[in-house]
Design a protein around this ligand. Sequence first.
Ligand code: NAP
Length: 150
Amino acid sequence: MSSRTVLITGASSGIGRDAAMHLNAEGYVVIGTVRRPADGDALISDAAHPDRMHAVQCDVTSNADVAALAEHVQTLVGEEGLHAVFSNAGVANMSGPVSAEDCPVETLERLISINYLGSVRVIQAHLPLLRASHGTLVINSALMARTVLP
Ligand SMILES: NC(=O)c1ccc[n+]([C@@H]2O[C@H](COP(=O)([O-])OP(=O)(O)OC[C@H]3O[C@@H](n4cnc5c(N)ncnc54)[C@H](OP(=O)(O)O)[C@@H]3O)[C@@H](O)[C@H]2O)c1
């Protein structure tokens, strides 16, 4: 068992949940963020080592949520710091108009607030804890971020 702790945002489903389960099974202490309490309960009860899995409610668009998350994480890791942050929470916009002419600005604001600023919020709040342990930052992006559509 490792005493090393990793933080994973968006651990209710998909890549984040799989990463949380895998690292927990490997013996890491995992702090996974969710938005619904039921997802947090399932994350813990399905874990190989439930005592080493923590679920914290956090919407990455909320400064208050992210600040509360960082406080919670600080309390859990103490002076040892965080071994890694996996900034994974995000959404894809697969429905509705996406063309340059028609994509609503509200849609773009939502995507930027979650996918870009959400990541920035979480990273800024946890950099001191990462520095304390010379930890690792992993950011989940998308190939689309490197694609230019005509
Ligand atoms: N799968 C792919 O092929 C693919 C391709 C390109 C990029 N990505 C990126 O990879 C990441 C994970 O994708 P996935 O396929 O695993 O998708 P997913 O199953 O939909 O997981 C997304 C996670 O992000 C969380 N989330 C969404 N909005 C949030 C918010 N405002 N605050 C906090 N958490 C939020 C979701 O929580 P809720 O359950 O509460 O909504 C969920 O836990 C995303 O950033 C996605 O954009 C995935």
